[in-house]
Every structure is written in C-alpha cells, then in structure tokens.
Design a protein. Structure first.
Length: 256
C-alpha cells in the first residue's frame, strides 16, 4: 500500500484549485467557439478536459459521462428544423454542449466551495442559508409526455436551456428526465433516439421539497439523493424546480 502523504492543503484550498483549473479550461476553450481559431487541437483539449473532470468528479461520474456525450455530437440534441434545413452547424452545437458541461462543473465546484465556507463560518457563529426554496427556484416547469422520444426531450432541454424536464402522462407528473439521464441511460446504452420513449430513461420516482422549506434543507436533500434538480411543490403540487445553479446564486447573495 502506498504511503499517504499529507499536503497541508485544506478542503477549501483544494476546491479553490479545482475551480481555478476549470476556469482556465473554459478560457482555453473560448477560441474553439470563435471563427478565428488558434493552433490548439480540439482532440488535445478534449483529452485534457476529460482528464480534469475525471480527477475532480471521478471517471465514472455524471460529469464525465456528460462530457463524453457532448463531444459525441448525438443528433438527439439538435433542433429538428435545423437538421431538415441542413444549415445547422453540427460541430458548433457539440462545442456549445462541451462548454455547458464545463460551466456546470464550475457551478458545482463553486457551490461546494460556498458550502465549505458556510461551514467554516458556522464554526464561528456566522453564515447559513435562511432563505426559502421559493425565493430561488425556477417557476417555469418544463415538461414532456412519457410517450415522446428522447430525441424530442433533448431538443426541449436545448430550447429552454434547462437541465431537466418533468414527465407527464397527460394528467399528472410521473417522473423526471435530466440531461444526465440522456447520457447515462440513452447514449451510453446505444438506444435509438428516434424511437426510444422518454419513459424508458426517466427516473420514475422523484424526490420533491415544499416551497417554504429552507434552502439548507434542499441542499442536504440533493446531496443525500445525489441529484442536481429538485422539483418544488406547494401542498403536493409541483410548482417549480430548484437546481444546483440556483443554490450557487443563493450562496452568492448570502456572502457579504
């Protein structure tokens, strides 16, 4: 067994380093979105990005799979009208998806860093999230029918720029499908996006939280369940969705 070496770095130090590395990665990626590209190789960038994401989140993490899914350029995420016209830049779409994954990784790390800062402040009698879920949730509940295809689900995620959709059967919500579900349950298994129904990839049982609960409770619930999107209810009726990005925004507002 290799000897464990203490680096002297605190958890906050490590998170700060990861945040800085992801920020640098986003800066390095920007030229690929420009028409005037540099001499950097996209293949080399992908290798470096996947290596970093693997170090931070794990090689088998949702983040790693999401990046693999993004660079694969699966057509289920492309708008129908764009495919029919033949004018849509497929490569640019995959680039945008890469950027979204990296931005999501950054938001996740910044949330962890703010949680850590809150814990450290709490030891000295400071900090804490006192706002309710309602104050930061998204009030737009995007949904899709269970019989729709995962290709249609991907199109809606892109159109509305969201990471999840509630799934309904025409009268009530019966599940939730996220961008991670599309990569883990669809692309990774080679399912046909044109014929596979949303019901085959959705999470049938989904956790919810009431609108008047404190954000700290929502954060604890998301961590316990290992989820990034939390449906919000009012007396049992879904009225919104809280995401990791919303929690980051809440921490930013709570920081003096």
């Amino acid at each position: 067994m290799p000897k464990r070496v203490r680096t002297g770095l605190t958890r906050s130090d490590i998170l700060d380093r990861y945040i800085e590395r992801v920020k640098q990665m986003l800066v390095k990626f920007q030229p690929f979105l420009s028409r005037k590209r540099g001499t950097a190789s996209l293949e080399d960038f992908d290798e470096a990005a996947e290596d970093l994401i693997g170090q931070v989140f794990g090689a088998a993490s949702e983040e790693s799979e999401a990046y693999f899914y993004a660079k694969s350029g699966e057509s289920i995420m492309l708008p129908e009208e764009a495919q029919e016209s033949g004018m849509h830049d497929v490569e640019r779409e995959t680039l945008q998806q890469r950027r979204q994954v990296l931005a999501s990784c950054l938001a996740d790390l910044e949330l962890r860093r703010r949680v850590q800062a809150t814990r450290e402040s709490s030891r000295h009698g400071k900090g804490g999230l006192r706002a309710t879920v309602e104050a930061y949730m998204s009030h737009d509940v995007r949904s899709i029918h269970r019989a729709a295809t995962i290709k249609e689900a991907g199109k809606l995620l892109l159109k509305h720029k969201v990471g999840s959709l509630m799934v309904d059967d025409g009268s009530r919500y019966i599940g939730i499908i996220t961008d991670a579900d599309l990569s883990r349950k669809a692309v990774a298994k080679g399912l046909d996006p044109n014929t596979t129904a949303v019901s085959a990839c959705m999470s049938k049982s989904f956790v919810t939280i009431e609108e008047d609960e404190p954000l700290s409770e929502a954060m604890a619930l998301m961590k316990k369940q290992g989820i990034r999107h939390l449906p919000v209810t009012a007396d049992g009726t879904v009225i919104g969705v809280l995401s990791v990005s919303d929690l980051v925004r809440a921490f930013q507002d709570a920081t003096p």
